[in-house]
Ligand binder design. Sequence first.
Ligand SMILES: *Cc1c(COP(=O)(O)O)cnc(C)c1O
Length: 374
Amino acid sequence: MKFEVPYTDFPSQFRQSGEETLEAVERVLAAGNFILGEEVEAFEKEFAEFCGTKAAVGVANGTDALMLALKALGVGPGDEVITAPNSFIATAGAVVQVGARPVFVDVRADQNIDPGRIDVAITPRTRAILPVHLNGRCADMAAILEVANRRGVPVIEDAAQAVGSSLDGQRAGSFGLAGCFSLHPLKNVNAVGDAGIITTNDEDLARRLRLFRNHGLRSRDESEVWGVNSRLDALQAAVLRVRLRRFPEVVEARRRNAACYRSALSSVVECPVERPQEHNTYHLFVIQCDGRDELKASLASQGVDTRVHYPIPIHLQRCCRGLGYRPGDFPAAERQAGRILSLPVHQFLTRAQVEKVCAEVGAFYAAERASARR
Ligand SMILES: *Cc1c(COP(=O)(O)O)cnc(C)c1O
């Protein structure tokens, strides 16, 4: 189905920067160096600089970024990692992958993890706190770091959705011991396949991450520790360098769209919060609303494509059954799962398209009110 207001627009991205992208691809093909190497090192350096961290380590995807950061911290069987139940499944999946147990705590009305509940959930087995910058909006890092520092537990940020977002001028990925990013095609700085990266200010952690992502290899022939194959490839890195350079334009357009939604829709539905100290790059623009499924269907019938991130909280997924959670354990996350809707916010939307979305949302609730009166 072709939507008048599509949720994504990759063809436009290619039209806009196709020439530079093809040049980058050609450079890699001509050099013939396809795994790690110069392109990856250059991208790592540029990405670290962008986030304001000392180092960045490119890996195969965002899930591996989380898994490798946990592994490099020594998190394993018998350990607990505190995280949010309203994320993409990969957040908890990475914890399970290193053999540890995800311990969920509920979120606040603004969808981000509740630092007060983290404090209460810490046990002698807690080895890390894994907040998610959901929808691209930074979690309450000041409060989370206060708890973490007081209790002596390291923080790893799931910054998969939050490239470039900041709090008081400090960018996502630079708050905790490590920041884990996905560069999946659907994320804001996007590869043309799977890719991920880990940021850190800890040079020794960066060194361990470089070992773990490539079989523990210290040199061509010497393995220091057991690692995995989670290398970033040069083609992805070359394309990502082009897209990171163009990222400021992306942010500007997404923020413009978000501002437009906020001014038109704040009186109709609950819009994402953005406090003065926050700068959100709007990976997603998620409203909370009554009659979500009906609104989604109505928008689709008017040519507006929307998504739900995510309709089933992680603790209620089938794969989570062994962990013993039940419906009702996290009332805020569960309630929000039935009320959230992601409106298209990508950088290629025209003003007219954004206004159409606003008008259709407004029309839906006006019709609802009229039928309630009848
Ligand atoms: C996308 C995403 C991931 C996983 O990234 P992949 O690159 O798909 O492995 C992890 N956490 C969150 C919050 C995400 O949105």
